[in-house]
Ligand binder design. Structure first.
Ligand SMILES: Nc1ncnc2c1ncn2[C@@H]1O[C@H](COP(=O)(O)OP(=O)(O)OP(=O)(O)O)[C@@H](O)[C@H]1O
Ligand SMILES: *[C@@H]1O[C@H](CO)[C@@H](O)[C@H](O)[C@H]1NC(C)=O
Ligand SMILES: *[C@@H]1O[C@H](CO)[C@@H](O)[C@H](O)[C@H]1NC(C)=O
Ligand SMILES: *[C@@H]1O[C@H](CO)[C@@H](O)[C@H](O)[C@H]1NC(C)=O
Length: 254
């Protein structure tokens, strides 16, 4: 039987990356040493990493016919209802149009209720931006990723204080995870202990764009294969660290 997939719902876009010798000063011109165009977007990046790890995955989002597009609509609950949910074992939502995303998660809940345990779908959500409408996602994930930005916004000065402070917002049995750049990442599950992994800095820091997406994908990969929370955090930080040492994603498994 073909293995069920991990679905990521969110954005795909074009990232134009200009490499410069040093961080530019405001209102100055700087000659860039190289430029590359790279597929980006958080959910799309996470799919890239999942497929490099060998996990069957799928992406759901709006695509444009040409390289330049404005105001692509977000996936809505109506679009989502056309999916055959039996193809998926895990669905990850990049927090965007949260009102609609809550409705999509309700659809998964109803689907779950008709299925035996082994066919039920696990939900993860990420809350990256400090946008109040996104905070309604906290109680809807089995796994919730909250960003350093959101944590700082609420006055938490470390990943461990963030997971302790936000834990009352998540649903029973859920896991809450917060990555903190070069400080690694912390998480808390239903037993209330805080789990930590240090970062694994590469020899030379080359490109951190998408490090967070790499971290999330590697954590989801480990948890979806039955790994422990500690294993998931450590693997997430290892692969994200590798990513910081290369341009783009090729070579993150070496
Ligand atoms: N400078 C760094 N050195 C080593 N590891 C890093 C560094 N920056 C990020 N990481 C790794 O990547 C993980 C996620 O990083 P971070 O918290 O910066 O995510 P993010 O801000 O969501 O990422 P992005 O840069 O893609 O927006 C960290 O837990 C860490 O393991
Ligand atoms: C999300 O994607 C955008 C566009 O590719 C990128 O600028 C941003 O850094 C990404 N965020 C994370 C956490 O990876
Ligand atoms: C679906 O079932 C799984 C497994 O029992 C559970 O962890 C998850 O919370 C359920 N998802 C939803 C959205 O109810
Ligand atoms: C991964 O989680 C972080 C929060 O830790 C968030 O900033 C980022 O956008 C997430 N990426 C995806 C694909 O959800």
């Amino acid at each position: 039987m073909e293995q069920k997939r991990i679905l990521c719902v969110g954005l795909v876009c074009l990232d134009i990356i200009n490499v410069v010798d040093k961080f530019p000063e405001e209102d100055t011109d700087t000659r860039c040493v190289s430029q590359r165009w790279q597929r980006g977007g958080n959910a799309s990046n996470s799919c890239t990493v999942l497929s490099l790890l060998g996990a069957p995955c799928a992406f759901m989002g709006s695509l444009a016919a040409g390289p330049i597009a404005e105001n692509l609509p977000d996936v809505c609950a109506d679009d989502f209802s056309q999916l055959d949910l039996s193809q998926y074992r895990w669905i990850h939502f990049e927090g965007r149009n949260a009102d609609e995303q809550v409705k999509m998660i309700e659809q998964v809940k109803s689907y779950n209720a008709t299925q035996e345990e082994k066919n039920r779908i696990t939900i993860s959500v990420e809350i990256e931006k400090t946008r109040p409408s996104l905070y309604q996602l906290f109680p809807h994930g089995d796994v919730v990723f909250v960003s350093k930005d959101v944590a700082l916004h609420f006055g938490f000065q470390s990943a461990s204080s963030a997971v302790k402070g936000f834990y009352s917002q998540v649903k029973d049995g859920a896991v809450l995870i917060c990555a903190w750049a070069e400080k690694g990442a912390d998480a808390m599950g239903p037993d209330g202990t805080v789990v930590h992994s240090d970062a694994f800095p590469p020899e030379k820091l080359v490109d951190t764009l998408g490090a967070g997406d790499t971290f999330n994908a590697s954590v989801i990969y480990t948890l979806s294969n039955g790994g422990s929370l500690q294993e998931a955090l450590t693997f997430g930080c290892q692969i994200a660290g590798k990513k910081c040492g290369v341009h783009g994603y090729d070579g993150i498994l070496q």
